[in-house]
Write a protein that binds this ligand. Structure first.
Ligand code: ATP
Length: 325
């Protein structure tokens, strides 16, 4: 009955009387009232005014399996959606589901992560209700060497979704951090399982800071959220689907070209470090130079006194000369 009441409230957009809901659903007023209370407990903002009825506030930010299914707009990502109110990490769950045979496009979403991780096992802050924590499972049929480019495809999708759906001027710090006003709003962790010449699966985990107001000691200097930068309240479910809608577009371009040539120009336009001095923190050979953009295969081109150097991700980190970007 919850879904029916929600659908009726969504369709009406304005107040719907209790009586109308009873008639529509063929149940008693008490049953309607009880269901409305349960929906409120789940986090839906439902206003009740005597003699007018009930109205669903359009800024309810509820994340659950029902909402994720209701707002899905994608062709193939999320045909299977697995939602965990709490989990260790969506990448860990995605890898487990992959081993169990879950299909291409399976989307794993969590309300909170207890062991969210960035690259090289670094901690990723994942507080309840404040962020988006999700992973897509892919089973591409191209060669393993191409899979690392998918992280750039994902970064492009998140940046574009943030610009179009949340109307914030998201930029990309190569290869796949999304930044807003020079601070990190999203991290992406791509992991894969491969044979010599084929990919078993790739998982792309994405963490987006939505309404965080503060961060712990480790992240405070570099992290920010949509609310902190713009004051905008957004519905996580809608942003999640906006990301995957964009991902499908860029993934198609990537698969057609078999590299990033169809995405490169737009990506370079989003690159926060473009034409700026950067420090390449390479454990073997750190150096500085001016970032010029990416190649068709995703390396960062850095202009140095000795000419253009190509930087591949992996063990390398990029920073601005004076700080994070
Ligand atoms: P890179 O080496 O690619 O530049 P990074 O240092 O930004 O990466 P990641 O592996 O992408 O590291 O992310 C982990 C780091 O991000 C943590 O060490 C912490 O400083 C920071 N961090 C942790 N949680 C968050 C969060 N919710 N938002 C932004 N930054 C975070």
């Amino acid at each position: 009955m919850k879904s029916e009441i929600l659908a009726a409230l969504r369709e009406a957009k304005e107040y719907v009387s209790g009586q109308e809901l009873c008639r529509h659903l063929g149940v008693s007023r008490t049953a309607v009232w009880k269901t409305i209370q349960k929906l409120k407990e789940e986090g839906y903002r439902i206003e009740a005014i005597p003699n007018k009825g009930y109205r669903l506030a359009d800024d309810s930010d509820v994340l659950n399996e029902r909402e994720l299914a209701c707002f899905r707009k994608t062709a193939w990502v999320g045909e299977t959606i697995v939602y965990y109110p709490v989990t260790d990490s969506t990448n860990i769950q995605a890898k487990r589901l992959a081993e169990e045979g879950a299909p291409h496009g399976t989307l794993i979403v969590a309300g909170r992560q207890e062991a969210g991780r960035g690259r090289r096992g670094r901690y990723w802050e994942s507080p309840e209700k404040e962020g988006i924590f999700m992973t897509v499972l892919l089973r591409p049929d191209f060669s393993p060497g191409k899979a690392s480019m998918l992280t750039i495809v994902a970064a492009m999708a998140v940046a574009k979704a943030l610009r179009t759906y949340s109307d914030v001027s998201a930029e990309i710090k190569w290869p796949n951090d999304i930044v807003l006003n020079g601070k990190k709003i999203c991290g992406i962790l791509t992991e894969m399982d491969t044979e010599i010449d084929s990919i078993n699966y790739v998982v792309i985990g994405i963490g987006i800071n939505v309404s965080n107001q503060k961060f712990g000691e480790d992240a405070a200097a570099v992290a920010t959220s949509i609310v902190m930068e713009s004051g905008k309240r957004i519905q996580r479910t809608k942003l999640i689907h906006a990301v995957w809608e964009q991902f499908e577009i860029y993934y198609d371009k990537f698969c057609a070209a078999k590299d990033l040539s169809e995405i490169k120009e737009e990506y370079n336009g989003y690159l926060v470090n473009r034409n700026r001095q950067v420090r390449i923190i390479d454990p073997k050979e750190p150096f500085t130079g001016v970032a010029k953009g990416i190649t068709d295969t995703g390396e960062l081109m850095v202009e140095t006194e000795d000419g253009i150097k190509l930087v591949s991700s992996g063990e390398v980190s990029v920073r601005g000369i004076y700080g994070y970007v």
